[in-house]
Structure formats: structure tokens, C-alpha cells
Design a binder for this molecule. Structure first.
Ligand code: SAM
Length: 193
């Protein structure tokens, strides 16, 4: 059993909005407010639905949420977000979205980590910290339009350069559009084109 949730002082079945959620929600809303089209947005790993709700309200664009955790789906739905339960982007058809946002599980975990706890699923990026991120980088290409954007929250604990290398291996590029410093990590928002 891993202790990521104990180390982060978290409990419950659904990840509640925290500094990472706020940074991603604010920076993506600011970007989308400058667009004059009406982009279709998918919030992958929507959790409580906070980011989806924030973007919908501040950027005034339609946002759908998805999560693998049924308790998260229920909570986001209670917030008024349209939610579909699934693994990453599997439920959606090709070219369905202009924008994907994701605050993924991004913490490196011990090899014996198990996934019998929804909070661990929310936090654990498995031993590399970027297992789910790498899956999303690959899978997002199918459901994003050819000029679509992926906004991804990561941490220095995940490894910024390592994630950018993974992005580049999918033929795309990444730019840092926001960051926030804390004593043990820096949170970063990547805009992936
Ligand atoms: C760090 S939490 C972020 C929650 C919320 N977006 C926020 O920022 O407050 C990561 C979320 O991703 C979800 N998740 C983890 N693996 C997933 C997968 N394979 N497919 C869909 N969602 C997943 C978790 O259930 C969790 O709700």
C-alpha cells in the first residue's frame, strides 16, 4: 500500500480542488477568454468538477468532464457539469475537442503501489510519476482536432524536462504558460501544441 495520500494529508474518495487545480483553471480560462471561437473543451480527470466549472463560467465555453472514479463523476455532475465516466479519453470519438485540460495523477510512487483506493488513483503517476501523463499524451491525439491544444498540469516532482521529452516524442511541442513555487515543488502548466 502506498502512502501518497498520507504524505499529502488527503482523505476521502474524490480529490478536492487544491493549488494545482486553481493554477490550471485560472491559466486556461485566461487563455480561452482570448479566443473568439467557441472551443469544445474536455476536462480529463475532472474530480470534483471544479476546473470544468471554473472554465465554463470564466471563459464562457462548453466543458465536458470525464473521470475513471464514479464518485468523482457523481460529484462533478452535482456541480452541474456534464460528465462521462471512462479511462482517459476512451469514451470520445475522433476530433471531438478543440481543447483538453488535465490535472493528472503526477506524483512518483513506490513500485509496490496498489490502486485499491480512489485517492491513490488521483495522486499516483506510478514509479515514473508520468505513467498516466504518457498515456494521455498518446491518446489525446485521437480526440483532439488537428489544431487542438492540450493544457497539462505537472510538477517538478514529476520532472518537467522528462514530460517535455515525452511530448516531443509524440511530435508536438510544449511551452510553460504558468507556474507556482512551493517549498518542495514547483507546479507548472504546459500548453501542448
Ligand atoms: C489530481 S486529481 C485532479 C482532480 C481535479 N481535476 C482537480 O484538479 O481538482 C486527478 C484525477 O484524475 C482521475 N484519474 C486518474 N486516472 C484516470 C484515468 N485513467 N482516466 C480518467 N481519470 C483518471 C482521478 O480519479 C482524479 O479525479
Amino acid at each position: 500500500m502506498t502512502d501518497l495520500k498520507e504524505r499529502r494529508g488527503l482523505d476521502g474518495k474524490v480529490y478536492q480542488p487544491a493549488e494545482d487545480s486553481y493554477l490550471l483553471a485560472k491559466s486556461v480560462s485566461a487563455e480561452l477568454q482570448n479566443r473568439d471561437d467557441n472551443p469544445r473543451v474536455l476536462d480529463v480527470g475532472t474530480g470534483s468538477g471544479f476546473i470544468a466549472e471554473y472554465i465554463k463560467k470564466h471563459a464562457e465555453v462548453p466543458v465536458i468532464g470525464t473521470d475513471i472514479n464514479p464518485h468523482a463523476c457523481q460529484e462533478a455532475q452535482n456541480r452541474g457539469i456534464e460528465v462521462i465516466r471512462g479511462n482517459l479519453v476512451e469514451p470520445f470519438h475522433r476530433d471531438a475537442f478543440d481543447v483538453i485540460v488535465c490535472n493528472p495523477p503526477y506524483l512518483p510512487d513506490s513500485p509496490e503501489g496498489t490502486f485499491d483506493d480512489w485517492m491513490e488513483v488521483a495522486l499516483s503517476g506510478q514509479t515514473s510519476g508520468k505513467d498516466v501523463i504518457d498515456q494521455l499524451l498518446e491518446a489525446s491525439q485521437r480526440v483532439l482536432k488537428s489544431d487542438g491544444l492540450l493544457y497539462l498540469l505537472i510538477s517538478t516532482l514529476t520532472g518537467i524536462d522528462e514530460v517535455i521529452d515525452s511530448v516531443e516524442r509524440t511530435g508536438r511541442s510544449a511551452a510553460v504558460i504558468a507556474e507556482d513555487n512551493y517549498p518542495f515543488e514547483t507546479l507548472v502548466v504546459l500548453k501542448i501544441i
